[in-house]
Design a protein around this ligand. Sequence first.
Ligand code: G16
Length: 532
Amino acid sequence: MQLDLAAVRVAAAAFPKPEAFKPSYGTAGFRAEASLLPSTVFRCGMLIGLKARSCGQACGVMVTASHNPEQDNGLKLVEASGEMLEPAWEAHATQLAQADTAEQLLQVLAALAATLQPADTPGRVIIGRDTRSSGADLAAACSAGVAAVGGKVSDIGVVTTPELHFTVQTFNQYQALEEQAYFTNLLESFRTLTAGSHAPQQPLHVDCANGVGALKLQQLVPQLQQLGLQLQLYNAGQGRLNHGCGADYVQKEQCFPAGMGDLPAGACCASIDGDADRVVFFTKGQDGSFVLLDGDKIAALAAVYLRRLLSHAPPGTADSISTGVVQTAYANGASTRFITEQLGLQVRCTNTGVKYLHHEAKAFDVGIYFESNGHGTVLLKPSLLQRLQDMDENMSVMQLLAVSRLMNQAVGDAISGLLLCDAVLRSGTSLAEWQALYTDLPSRQLKLVVADRTVITTTDAERRCVTPAGLQDAIDAAVAKYDLGRAFARPSGTEDAVRVYAEAGSQEAADALAREVAGIVFDRCGGVGSRP
Ligand code: G16
Protein backbone atom coordinates (compact mmCIF):
# COMPACT_ATOMS: atom_id res chain seq x y z
CA MET A 1 0.00 0.00 0.00
CA GLN A 2 1.35 3.45 -0.95
CA LEU A 3 1.76 6.08 1.78
CA ASP A 4 2.81 9.72 1.63
CA LEU A 5 5.45 9.41 4.36
CA ALA A 6 6.44 13.09 4.15
CA ALA A 7 2.84 14.09 4.92
CA VAL A 8 2.69 11.55 7.75
CA ARG A 9 5.87 13.03 9.24
CA VAL A 10 4.36 16.54 9.24
CA ALA A 11 1.04 15.38 10.72
CA ALA A 12 2.73 13.24 13.40
CA ALA A 13 4.85 16.18 14.59
CA ALA A 14 1.69 17.73 16.06
CA PHE A 15 1.30 14.72 18.40
CA PRO A 16 4.70 14.08 20.03
CA LYS A 17 5.05 11.07 22.32
CA PRO A 18 5.93 11.91 25.95
CA GLU A 19 9.53 10.80 26.38
CA ALA A 20 9.32 8.07 29.01
CA PHE A 21 5.86 6.87 27.96
CA LYS A 22 5.82 3.22 26.80
CA PRO A 23 2.20 2.36 26.09
CA SER A 24 1.31 -1.23 25.31
CA TYR A 25 -1.88 -2.86 24.10
CA GLY A 26 -3.60 -4.36 27.15
CA THR A 27 -6.71 -6.40 27.91
CA ALA A 28 -8.94 -4.08 25.89
CA GLY A 29 -6.61 -1.66 24.08
CA PHE A 30 -4.59 1.25 25.46
CA ARG A 31 -5.28 3.01 28.73
CA ALA A 32 -3.42 5.77 30.57
CA GLU A 33 -3.79 9.18 32.14
CA ALA A 34 -5.45 11.16 29.34
CA SER A 35 -2.76 13.83 28.87
CA LEU A 36 -0.27 11.10 27.86
CA LEU A 37 -2.42 9.76 25.05
CA PRO A 38 -2.56 12.15 22.02
CA SER A 39 0.38 10.43 20.28
CA THR A 40 -1.10 6.98 20.97
CA VAL A 41 -4.52 7.83 19.56
CA PHE A 42 -3.01 9.59 16.51
CA ARG A 43 -0.88 6.52 15.77
CA CYS A 44 -3.76 4.10 16.34
CA GLY A 45 -5.79 6.27 13.97
CA MET A 46 -3.11 5.58 11.36
CA LEU A 47 -3.13 1.86 12.13
CA ILE A 48 -6.88 1.44 11.92
CA GLY A 49 -7.01 3.75 8.88
CA LEU A 50 -4.60 1.40 7.11
CA LYS A 51 -6.66 -1.59 8.18
CA ALA A 52 -9.86 -0.01 6.85
CA ARG A 53 -8.19 0.92 3.56
CA SER A 54 -6.77 -2.55 3.24
CA CYS A 55 -10.10 -4.34 3.78
CA GLY A 56 -12.19 -1.69 1.99
CA GLN A 57 -14.69 -1.59 4.83
CA ALA A 58 -15.38 0.47 7.92
CA CYS A 59 -13.39 -0.22 11.08
CA GLY A 60 -13.85 1.57 14.40
CA VAL A 61 -12.19 3.32 17.32
CA MET A 62 -13.80 3.89 20.70
CA VAL A 63 -12.14 6.54 22.85
CA THR A 64 -12.82 5.32 26.38
CA ALA A 65 -11.16 4.13 29.55
CA SER A 66 -14.33 2.32 30.59
CA HIS A 67 -14.20 1.51 34.33
CA ASN A 68 -11.05 3.57 35.01
CA PRO A 69 -11.28 6.96 36.76
CA GLU A 70 -12.31 10.12 34.88
CA GLN A 71 -8.72 11.38 34.46
CA ASP A 72 -7.75 8.29 32.44
CA ASN A 73 -8.69 7.63 28.87
CA GLY A 74 -7.92 5.01 26.27
CA LEU A 75 -8.76 3.34 23.01
CA LYS A 76 -10.56 0.21 21.92
CA LEU A 77 -9.96 -0.71 18.26
CA VAL A 78 -12.69 -2.43 16.28
CA GLU A 79 -12.50 -4.75 13.27
CA ALA A 80 -14.82 -4.46 10.25
CA SER A 81 -16.77 -7.40 11.73
CA GLY A 82 -17.56 -5.19 14.74
CA GLU A 83 -15.42 -7.42 16.97
CA MET A 84 -12.32 -6.36 18.89
CA LEU A 85 -9.01 -5.92 17.07
CA GLU A 86 -7.53 -9.28 16.02
CA PRO A 87 -4.79 -10.17 18.52
CA ALA A 88 -2.23 -10.46 15.66
CA TRP A 89 -2.53 -6.66 15.15
CA GLU A 90 -1.98 -5.78 18.79
CA ALA A 91 1.79 -6.03 18.42
CA HIS A 92 1.69 -3.58 15.46
CA ALA A 93 -0.33 -1.16 17.60
CA THR A 94 2.17 -1.41 20.46
CA GLN A 95 5.16 -0.95 18.13
CA LEU A 96 3.62 2.16 16.57
CA ALA A 97 2.59 3.60 19.93
CA GLN A 98 6.07 3.07 21.41
CA ALA A 99 8.19 4.43 18.52
CA ASP A 100 10.45 7.06 20.10
CA THR A 101 11.54 9.04 17.03
CA ALA A 102 9.87 10.14 13.80
CA GLU A 103 12.24 7.82 11.89
CA GLN A 104 11.23 4.80 13.96
CA LEU A 105 7.56 5.67 13.58
CA LEU A 106 7.80 6.00 9.78
CA GLN A 107 9.79 2.78 9.57
CA VAL A 108 7.19 0.76 11.51
CA LEU A 109 4.36 2.31 9.52
CA ALA A 110 6.02 1.77 6.14
CA ALA A 111 6.82 -1.87 7.02
CA LEU A 112 3.21 -2.48 7.99
CA ALA A 113 1.83 -0.73 4.89
CA ALA A 114 4.11 -2.82 2.68
CA THR A 115 2.40 -6.01 3.91
CA LEU A 116 -1.10 -4.72 3.09
CA GLN A 117 -2.98 -4.80 -0.18
CA PRO A 118 -5.28 -1.80 -0.57
CA ALA A 119 -8.87 -2.56 -1.53
CA ASP A 120 -10.51 -0.46 -4.27
CA THR A 121 -12.47 1.65 -1.79
CA PRO A 122 -10.76 4.11 0.60
CA GLY A 123 -12.15 2.52 3.75
CA ARG A 124 -13.64 4.42 6.64
CA VAL A 125 -13.04 4.68 10.38
CA ILE A 126 -16.04 5.25 12.64
CA ILE A 127 -14.96 7.02 15.82
CA GLY A 128 -17.00 7.22 19.03
CA ARG A 129 -16.18 8.39 22.54
CA ASP A 130 -17.54 8.17 26.07
CA THR A 131 -18.39 11.18 28.26
CA ARG A 132 -14.85 11.90 29.54
CA SER A 133 -13.88 15.55 29.15
CA SER A 134 -10.65 14.53 27.36
CA GLY A 135 -12.60 12.54 24.76
CA ALA A 136 -13.27 15.19 22.10
CA ASP A 137 -9.60 16.22 21.73
CA LEU A 138 -8.45 12.60 21.64
CA ALA A 139 -11.09 11.75 19.02
CA ALA A 140 -9.78 14.68 16.95
CA ALA A 141 -6.20 13.37 17.28
CA CYS A 142 -7.41 9.96 16.17
CA SER A 143 -9.18 11.50 13.13
CA ALA A 144 -5.94 13.26 12.20
CA GLY A 145 -4.18 9.88 12.25
CA VAL A 146 -6.77 8.30 9.98
CA ALA A 147 -6.56 11.25 7.58
CA ALA A 148 -2.74 11.08 7.56
CA VAL A 149 -2.90 7.64 5.92
CA GLY A 150 -5.65 8.63 3.48
CA GLY A 151 -8.63 7.15 5.34
CA LYS A 152 -12.11 8.66 5.75
CA VAL A 153 -13.57 9.43 9.18
CA SER A 154 -17.14 9.31 10.50
CA ASP A 155 -17.17 10.78 14.00
CA ILE A 156 -20.40 9.63 15.67
CA GLY A 157 -19.73 11.51 18.92
CA VAL A 158 -20.72 10.28 22.37
CA VAL A 159 -21.85 6.64 22.26
CA THR A 160 -21.50 3.52 24.37
CA THR A 161 -18.73 1.09 23.44
CA PRO A 162 -21.15 -1.65 22.29
CA GLU A 163 -23.07 0.92 20.26
CA LEU A 164 -19.84 1.77 18.41
CA HIS A 165 -19.19 -1.94 17.75
CA PHE A 166 -22.80 -2.38 16.56
CA THR A 167 -22.53 0.67 14.30
CA VAL A 168 -19.34 -0.63 12.64
CA GLN A 169 -20.94 -4.04 12.11
CA THR A 170 -24.19 -2.69 10.66
CA PHE A 171 -22.52 0.06 8.60
CA ASN A 172 -20.67 -2.68 6.76
CA GLN A 173 -24.00 -4.43 6.11
CA TYR A 174 -26.40 -1.54 5.36
CA GLN A 175 -24.25 1.64 5.07
CA ALA A 176 -26.32 3.30 7.82
CA LEU A 177 -24.87 5.31 10.69
CA GLU A 178 -28.07 6.44 12.43
CA GLU A 179 -28.19 5.83 16.17
CA GLN A 180 -31.89 5.02 15.89
CA ALA A 181 -31.00 1.69 14.24
CA TYR A 182 -29.25 0.60 17.44
CA PHE A 183 -32.23 1.59 19.62
CA THR A 184 -34.81 0.07 17.26
CA ASN A 185 -32.97 -3.23 17.23
CA LEU A 186 -32.91 -3.34 21.05
CA LEU A 187 -36.55 -2.34 21.42
CA GLU A 188 -37.95 -4.63 18.74
CA SER A 189 -36.09 -7.71 19.91
CA PHE A 190 -37.07 -6.95 23.53
CA ARG A 191 -40.71 -6.57 22.38
CA THR A 192 -40.59 -10.04 20.78
CA LEU A 193 -38.96 -11.61 23.82
CA THR A 194 -41.49 -10.19 26.27
CA ALA A 195 -44.66 -10.51 24.16
CA GLY A 196 -47.37 -12.16 26.22
CA SER A 197 -45.46 -12.09 29.51
CA HIS A 198 -46.54 -10.15 32.58
CA ALA A 199 -44.84 -6.81 33.08
CA PRO A 200 -42.98 -6.68 36.41
CA GLN A 201 -44.71 -4.87 39.28
CA GLN A 202 -41.41 -3.41 40.44
CA PRO A 203 -39.17 -0.94 38.62
CA LEU A 204 -35.65 -1.91 37.61
CA HIS A 205 -33.23 0.42 39.45
CA VAL A 206 -30.11 1.09 37.37
CA ASP A 207 -26.84 2.64 38.55
CA CYS A 208 -25.36 4.30 35.45
CA ALA A 209 -21.82 5.00 36.80
CA ASN A 210 -22.30 8.68 35.83
CA GLY A 211 -21.33 7.61 32.33
CA VAL A 212 -22.56 7.46 28.78
CA GLY A 213 -25.00 4.65 29.60
CA ALA A 214 -27.14 7.19 31.47
CA LEU A 215 -27.56 9.31 28.32
CA LYS A 216 -28.60 6.32 26.25
CA LEU A 217 -30.90 4.76 28.83
CA GLN A 218 -32.61 8.15 29.35
CA GLN A 219 -33.47 8.09 25.64
CA LEU A 220 -34.93 4.59 25.98
CA VAL A 221 -36.98 5.17 29.16
CA PRO A 222 -40.28 6.18 27.47
CA GLN A 223 -40.29 3.34 24.92
CA LEU A 224 -39.30 0.77 27.52
CA GLN A 225 -42.09 2.06 29.75
CA GLN A 226 -44.52 1.27 26.91
CA LEU A 227 -43.10 -2.25 26.84
CA GLY A 228 -43.78 -2.60 30.57
CA LEU A 229 -40.27 -1.95 31.84
CA GLN A 230 -40.04 0.92 34.27
CA LEU A 231 -36.44 2.09 34.63
CA GLN A 232 -35.28 4.22 37.57
CA LEU A 233 -31.86 5.67 36.83
CA TYR A 234 -29.27 6.56 39.50
CA ASN A 235 -25.79 8.08 39.17
CA ALA A 236 -27.05 9.36 35.87
CA GLY A 237 -24.46 12.03 35.17
CA GLN A 238 -24.35 14.53 38.03
CA GLY A 239 -21.49 12.92 39.99
CA ARG A 240 -17.97 11.74 39.14
CA LEU A 241 -17.60 8.98 36.58
CA ASN A 242 -17.19 5.50 38.16
CA HIS A 243 -16.68 7.10 41.59
CA GLY A 244 -18.39 5.02 44.30
CA CYS A 245 -20.65 3.59 41.62
CA GLY A 246 -20.64 1.55 38.42
CA ALA A 247 -20.40 -2.18 37.72
CA ASP A 248 -16.70 -2.44 38.53
CA TYR A 249 -17.12 -0.80 41.94
CA VAL A 250 -20.23 -2.79 42.84
CA GLN A 251 -18.76 -6.14 41.78
CA LYS A 252 -15.28 -5.68 43.25
CA GLU A 253 -16.32 -3.98 46.51
CA GLN A 254 -19.49 -6.07 46.85
CA CYS A 255 -21.50 -3.13 48.13
CA PHE A 256 -24.32 -0.76 47.13
CA PRO A 257 -23.38 2.08 44.80
CA ALA A 258 -23.84 5.71 45.86
CA GLY A 259 -27.49 6.64 46.39
CA MET A 260 -28.89 3.09 46.25
CA GLY A 261 -28.29 1.75 49.75
CA ASP A 262 -31.74 2.82 50.99
CA LEU A 263 -33.78 0.83 48.47
CA PRO A 264 -36.15 -1.73 50.01
CA ALA A 265 -35.22 -5.40 50.43
CA GLY A 266 -35.91 -7.39 47.28
CA ALA A 267 -35.65 -4.39 44.90
CA CYS A 268 -34.27 -5.45 41.52
CA CYS A 269 -31.15 -3.38 40.84
CA ALA A 270 -28.38 -3.34 38.24
CA SER A 271 -25.18 -1.46 37.70
CA ILE A 272 -23.47 -0.70 34.40
CA ASP A 273 -19.94 0.61 33.86
CA GLY A 274 -18.52 3.85 32.43
CA ASP A 275 -18.85 2.87 28.75
CA ALA A 276 -21.87 0.57 29.23
CA ASP A 277 -20.31 -2.68 28.11
CA ARG A 278 -20.81 -4.53 31.37
CA VAL A 279 -23.67 -5.06 33.76
CA VAL A 280 -24.13 -6.79 37.10
CA PHE A 281 -27.34 -7.11 39.11
CA PHE A 282 -27.81 -6.80 42.86
CA THR A 283 -30.51 -6.68 45.46
CA LYS A 284 -30.91 -6.24 49.20
CA GLY A 285 -31.54 -9.29 51.34
CA GLN A 286 -34.30 -9.30 54.00
CA ASP A 287 -31.54 -8.73 56.58
CA GLY A 288 -30.35 -5.61 54.71
CA SER A 289 -27.29 -7.36 53.28
CA PHE A 290 -25.90 -6.65 49.83
CA VAL A 291 -26.59 -9.52 47.40
CA LEU A 292 -24.66 -9.58 44.13
CA LEU A 293 -25.83 -11.32 40.95
CA ASP A 294 -22.65 -11.01 38.92
CA GLY A 295 -21.69 -12.01 35.38
CA ASP A 296 -21.52 -15.68 36.44
CA LYS A 297 -25.12 -15.51 37.65
CA ILE A 298 -26.16 -13.75 34.42
CA ALA A 299 -24.50 -16.54 32.41
CA ALA A 300 -26.34 -19.15 34.51
CA LEU A 301 -29.68 -17.36 33.99
CA ALA A 302 -29.06 -17.06 30.25
CA ALA A 303 -28.08 -20.74 30.05
CA VAL A 304 -31.26 -21.85 31.87
CA TYR A 305 -33.37 -19.66 29.56
CA LEU A 306 -31.73 -20.76 26.32
CA ARG A 307 -32.00 -24.41 27.30
CA ARG A 308 -35.70 -23.83 27.91
CA LEU A 309 -36.21 -22.10 24.55
CA LEU A 310 -34.28 -24.84 22.74
CA SER A 311 -36.30 -27.55 24.44
CA HIS A 312 -39.50 -25.93 23.13
CA ALA A 313 -38.17 -25.58 19.58
CA PRO A 314 -39.29 -28.19 17.00
CA PRO A 315 -38.35 -31.78 18.00
CA GLY A 316 -34.72 -32.67 17.47
CA THR A 317 -33.47 -29.08 17.47
CA ALA A 318 -31.93 -29.17 20.95
CA ASP A 319 -30.23 -32.55 20.41
CA SER A 320 -28.20 -31.37 17.45
CA ILE A 321 -27.03 -28.10 19.00
CA SER A 322 -23.86 -27.57 20.99
CA THR A 323 -24.32 -25.12 23.86
CA GLY A 324 -21.41 -23.97 25.97
CA VAL A 325 -20.48 -21.35 28.54
CA VAL A 326 -17.14 -19.55 28.56
CA GLN A 327 -15.71 -18.16 31.79
CA THR A 328 -12.42 -16.86 33.18
CA ALA A 329 -10.42 -17.75 36.28
CA TYR A 330 -12.58 -15.26 38.24
CA ALA A 331 -15.70 -17.41 37.75
CA ASN A 332 -16.98 -18.52 41.11
CA GLY A 333 -16.39 -22.26 41.56
CA ALA A 334 -20.06 -22.72 42.45
CA SER A 335 -21.15 -21.29 39.09
CA THR A 336 -18.89 -23.63 37.15
CA ARG A 337 -20.28 -26.60 39.08
CA PHE A 338 -23.87 -25.47 38.51
CA ILE A 339 -23.40 -25.12 34.75
CA THR A 340 -21.61 -28.44 34.30
CA GLU A 341 -23.38 -30.60 36.91
CA GLN A 342 -26.91 -29.16 37.02
CA LEU A 343 -27.31 -27.93 33.45
CA GLY A 344 -25.01 -30.49 31.83
CA LEU A 345 -23.36 -27.84 29.64
CA GLN A 346 -19.72 -27.56 28.65
CA VAL A 347 -17.64 -24.87 30.33
CA ARG A 348 -14.41 -23.48 28.94
CA CYS A 349 -12.01 -21.15 30.72
CA THR A 350 -9.95 -18.47 28.94
CA ASN A 351 -7.68 -15.58 29.84
CA THR A 352 -9.36 -12.37 31.02
CA GLY A 353 -10.55 -10.21 28.12
CA VAL A 354 -13.66 -10.21 25.99
CA LYS A 355 -11.55 -10.93 22.92
CA TYR A 356 -10.63 -14.37 24.33
CA LEU A 357 -14.07 -15.31 25.59
CA HIS A 358 -15.78 -14.14 22.41
CA HIS A 359 -13.45 -16.22 20.25
CA GLU A 360 -14.02 -19.34 22.36
CA ALA A 361 -17.81 -18.87 22.48
CA LYS A 362 -17.96 -18.82 18.68
CA ALA A 363 -17.00 -22.51 18.68
CA PHE A 364 -20.48 -23.43 20.00
CA ASP A 365 -23.81 -23.22 18.16
CA VAL A 366 -25.01 -21.32 21.23
CA GLY A 367 -22.06 -19.74 23.04
CA ILE A 368 -22.76 -17.92 26.30
CA TYR A 369 -19.93 -15.93 27.78
CA PHE A 370 -19.78 -13.61 30.73
CA GLU A 371 -16.86 -12.53 32.83
CA SER A 372 -17.72 -12.29 36.54
CA ASN A 373 -17.40 -8.52 36.17
CA GLY A 374 -20.42 -8.50 33.85
CA HIS A 375 -18.85 -8.38 30.39
CA GLY A 376 -20.55 -10.79 28.06
CA THR A 377 -23.15 -11.78 25.56
CA VAL A 378 -24.86 -14.75 23.93
CA LEU A 379 -23.73 -15.76 20.44
CA LEU A 380 -25.79 -17.84 18.04
CA LYS A 381 -23.86 -19.32 15.10
CA PRO A 382 -24.97 -18.06 11.67
CA SER A 383 -25.66 -21.67 10.58
CA LEU A 384 -28.01 -22.11 13.57
CA LEU A 385 -29.74 -18.81 12.77
CA GLN A 386 -30.30 -20.02 9.23
CA ARG A 387 -31.80 -23.29 10.51
CA LEU A 388 -34.09 -21.40 12.87
CA GLN A 389 -35.18 -19.03 10.13
CA ASP A 390 -36.09 -22.02 7.95
CA MET A 391 -38.23 -23.62 10.69
CA ASP A 392 -41.95 -23.15 11.13
CA GLU A 393 -42.53 -20.13 13.29
CA ASN A 394 -43.19 -21.14 16.86
CA MET A 395 -42.81 -18.87 19.86
CA SER A 396 -39.50 -20.39 20.99
CA VAL A 397 -37.93 -20.12 17.55
CA MET A 398 -38.99 -16.46 17.34
CA GLN A 399 -37.57 -15.86 20.81
CA LEU A 400 -34.27 -17.57 19.99
CA LEU A 401 -33.94 -15.33 16.94
CA ALA A 402 -34.83 -12.32 19.11
CA VAL A 403 -32.09 -13.26 21.61
CA SER A 404 -29.55 -13.19 18.79
CA ARG A 405 -30.68 -9.69 17.79
CA LEU A 406 -30.97 -8.35 21.35
CA MET A 407 -27.60 -9.69 22.43
CA ASN A 408 -24.86 -7.77 20.64
CA GLN A 409 -23.10 -10.33 18.40
CA ALA A 410 -19.85 -8.33 18.36
CA VAL A 411 -19.14 -7.62 22.04
CA GLY A 412 -20.79 -7.47 25.47
CA ASP A 413 -23.46 -4.79 25.87
CA ALA A 414 -24.81 -3.68 29.26
CA ILE A 415 -28.15 -2.51 27.84
CA SER A 416 -28.71 -5.84 26.04
CA GLY A 417 -27.78 -7.68 29.24
CA LEU A 418 -30.24 -5.59 31.27
CA LEU A 419 -33.04 -6.29 28.83
CA LEU A 420 -32.30 -10.02 28.52
CA CYS A 421 -32.34 -10.50 32.29
CA ASP A 422 -35.58 -8.51 32.58
CA ALA A 423 -37.15 -10.65 29.85
CA VAL A 424 -36.12 -13.88 31.60
CA LEU A 425 -37.40 -12.62 34.95
CA ARG A 426 -40.75 -11.88 33.26
CA SER A 427 -40.84 -15.34 31.72
CA GLY A 428 -41.41 -16.94 35.10
CA THR A 429 -38.09 -17.00 36.99
CA SER A 430 -38.27 -14.70 40.03
CA LEU A 431 -35.34 -12.68 41.33
CA ALA A 432 -35.22 -14.98 44.38
CA GLU A 433 -35.17 -18.08 42.15
CA TRP A 434 -32.38 -16.57 40.05
CA GLN A 435 -30.42 -15.84 43.21
CA ALA A 436 -30.99 -19.41 44.46
CA LEU A 437 -29.76 -21.15 41.26
CA TYR A 438 -26.58 -21.75 43.24
CA THR A 439 -24.84 -20.22 46.24
CA ASP A 440 -21.59 -18.43 45.52
CA LEU A 441 -18.53 -19.56 47.40
CA PRO A 442 -17.38 -16.56 49.46
CA SER A 443 -14.76 -14.63 47.49
CA ARG A 444 -12.64 -11.51 47.70
CA GLN A 445 -10.78 -9.46 45.10
CA LEU A 446 -7.95 -7.10 45.97
CA LYS A 447 -5.51 -5.08 43.91
CA LEU A 448 -2.06 -3.83 44.78
CA VAL A 449 0.66 -1.83 43.07
CA VAL A 450 4.13 -3.26 42.43
CA ALA A 451 7.18 -1.64 40.85
CA ASP A 452 6.76 -3.51 37.55
CA ARG A 453 3.71 -5.73 37.18
CA THR A 454 5.08 -7.33 33.99
CA VAL A 455 7.41 -9.44 36.18
CA ILE A 456 4.34 -11.61 36.76
CA THR A 457 3.56 -13.96 33.90
CA THR A 458 0.86 -16.61 34.04
CA THR A 459 -0.32 -19.84 32.44
CA ASP A 460 -3.39 -22.13 32.54
CA ALA A 461 -5.87 -19.34 31.75
CA GLU A 462 -4.11 -17.08 34.28
CA ARG A 463 -4.76 -19.52 37.13
CA ARG A 464 -1.04 -20.11 37.80
CA CYS A 465 1.98 -17.80 37.87
CA VAL A 466 5.08 -18.79 35.91
CA THR A 467 7.30 -15.91 37.02
CA PRO A 468 8.78 -14.67 39.26
CA ALA A 469 10.24 -17.99 40.41
CA GLY A 470 8.76 -19.24 43.66
CA LEU A 471 5.64 -17.03 43.57
CA GLN A 472 3.26 -19.85 42.60
CA ASP A 473 4.72 -22.22 45.20
CA ALA A 474 4.12 -19.61 47.89
CA ILE A 475 0.52 -19.06 46.67
CA ASP A 476 -0.06 -22.84 46.63
CA ALA A 477 1.19 -23.11 50.21
CA ALA A 478 -1.20 -20.34 51.31
CA VAL A 479 -4.18 -21.87 49.47
CA ALA A 480 -3.53 -25.30 51.03
CA LYS A 481 -4.30 -23.86 54.48
CA TYR A 482 -7.91 -22.95 53.60
CA ASP A 483 -10.93 -25.21 53.27
CA LEU A 484 -12.24 -24.95 49.66
CA GLY A 485 -9.45 -22.44 49.01
CA ARG A 486 -8.57 -21.21 45.53
CA ALA A 487 -6.54 -18.11 44.67
CA PHE A 488 -4.56 -16.54 41.87
CA ALA A 489 -2.72 -13.33 41.05
CA ARG A 490 -2.45 -11.69 37.61
CA PRO A 491 -1.25 -8.36 36.27
CA SER A 492 -4.14 -6.13 35.17
CA GLY A 493 -4.21 -5.21 31.50
CA THR A 494 -6.13 -2.00 32.11
CA GLU A 495 -4.64 -0.53 35.29
CA ASP A 496 -1.17 -0.32 36.79
CA ALA A 497 -2.02 -2.97 39.37
CA VAL A 498 -1.85 -6.66 40.19
CA ARG A 499 -5.22 -8.27 40.83
CA VAL A 500 -5.66 -10.98 43.46
CA TYR A 501 -8.69 -13.27 43.64
CA ALA A 502 -9.44 -15.71 46.45
CA GLU A 503 -12.36 -17.91 47.36
CA ALA A 504 -12.81 -20.18 50.37
CA GLY A 505 -15.38 -21.84 52.60
CA SER A 506 -16.26 -18.68 54.56
CA GLN A 507 -16.07 -14.93 53.90
CA GLU A 508 -13.50 -14.49 56.68
CA ALA A 509 -11.35 -17.21 55.12
CA ALA A 510 -11.67 -15.75 51.60
CA ASP A 511 -10.71 -12.31 52.95
CA ALA A 512 -7.74 -13.76 54.85
CA LEU A 513 -6.55 -15.79 51.86
CA ALA A 514 -6.80 -12.78 49.53
CA ARG A 515 -4.79 -10.68 52.02
CA GLU A 516 -2.21 -13.44 52.40
CA VAL A 517 -1.75 -13.83 48.64
CA ALA A 518 -1.58 -10.05 48.19
CA GLY A 519 1.13 -9.97 50.86
CA ILE A 520 3.08 -12.68 49.04
CA VAL A 521 2.86 -10.72 45.76
CA PHE A 522 3.87 -7.53 47.57
CA ASP A 523 6.98 -9.19 49.06
CA ARG A 524 8.11 -11.05 45.94
CA CYS A 525 7.24 -8.52 43.23
CA GLY A 526 8.42 -5.22 44.70
CA GLY A 527 5.24 -3.96 46.31
CA VAL A 528 4.76 -0.19 46.41
CA GLY A 529 3.13 1.66 49.33
CA SER A 530 1.84 -0.12 52.39
CA ARG A 531 1.80 -3.94 52.55
CA PRO A 532 -1.77 -5.34 52.19
C1 G16 B 1 -11.77 -4.55 30.19
C2 G16 B 1 -11.93 -5.81 29.35
C3 G16 B 1 -12.53 -6.93 30.19
C4 G16 B 1 -11.70 -7.14 31.44
C5 G16 B 1 -11.51 -5.82 32.19
C6 G16 B 1 -10.52 -5.94 33.33
O1 G16 B 1 -13.01 -4.13 30.64
O2 G16 B 1 -12.76 -5.53 28.25
O3 G16 B 1 -12.57 -8.09 29.41
O4 G16 B 1 -12.31 -8.06 32.28
O5 G16 B 1 -10.98 -4.84 31.31
O6 G16 B 1 -9.28 -6.33 32.81
P1 G16 B 1 -7.97 -6.36 33.68
O7 G16 B 1 -8.28 -7.25 34.84
O8 G16 B 1 -6.91 -6.91 32.77
O9 G16 B 1 -7.71 -4.95 34.16
P2 G16 B 1 -13.45 -2.58 30.59
O10 G16 B 1 -14.88 -2.61 31.04
O11 G16 B 1 -12.56 -1.86 31.55
O12 G16 B 1 -13.25 -2.19 29.19
